[in-house]
Design a protein around this ligand. Structure first.
Ligand SMILES: [Ca+2]
Length: 220
């Protein structure tokens, strides 16, 4: 294949550049630097993790709603095939609907974890970014109390709230909870953030796709 006369992949070949082009490139680099914070804001998302690790259920993403980022969880390293991390762009003005479909490799249990985005806070781990979930609908599996309407002792039936992870700054005021101020349906929705979330294990079947449709909203 003939190489282009204007471009070389060899880094030792210097490409002469006239002063105007040099100034243009410097200005462009500065513009990109300045505009970087204006790109998609990760704090304006909600997040759902799926965990099939306990029973060796590998998970493959089939698809997700527009704007979503859904893939096997690189942060789980060699266990990544058992995990999916999915983030969905969200907003505070109104409820949005998101969806994700995945296929389990074997029959077993997969934990659905409803959480907020991971937004780093200098020296203190994740920042408290509240998000709401409500009106979950599943095909290919079953969730108990998917709209958070069944409540016992101020807790949503069927949903588990894990203890705070070691070192996380979760206080009584920053525990995940039911919220009755602005549900998407019924009387209640779930309010969570990254370090305090609601989760539930659901039974899945080998090779049968599972689709989760849900509504979500930011807190501010
Ligand atoms: Ca509800």
């Amino acid at each position: 294949m003939r190489r282009s006369a204007f471009f070389s992949l060899n880094p030792t070949v210097a490409i002469p550049m006239n002063p105007f082009a040099s100034r243009f490139c410097s200005a462009l680099a500065l513009l990109l630097l300045v505009s970087a914070p204006l790109r998609a804001d990760e704090s304006r998302t909600v997040r759902i993790d799926f965990n099939g690790e306990a029973q060796g259920v590998a998970l493959a993403v089939n698809g997700a709603s527009p704007g979503a980022m859904a893939k096997n969880s690189e942060w789980r390293k060699d266990k990544a095939e058992f995990w999916i991390t999915a983030t969905f762009p969200s907003r505070a003005e109104s409820w949005s609907e998101g969806s994700i479909t995945f296929t389990p490799s074997v029959t077993g249990r997969v934990v659905v974890i409803l959480k907020g985005p991971y937004v780093r806070q200098q020296g203190a781990g994740a920042r408290v970014v509240w998000v709401y979930f409500d009106d979950l609908r599943v095909t290919g599996a079953r969730l108990v109390n998917p709209g958070f309407e069944e409540v016992q002792g101020n807790r949503p039936v069927g949903w588990y709230r894990p203890p705070p992870p070691t070192g996380a700054t979760v206080t009584p005021e920053t525990m995940a909870d039911l919220d009755a101020t602005q549900p998407a349906e019924g009387k209640f929705c779930a309010r969570v953030w990254h370090n305090s979330n609601y989760s539930q294990a659901m039974d899945v079947t080998a090779g049968q796709p599972v689709t989760l449709v849900f509504r979500h909203r930011l807190y501010d």
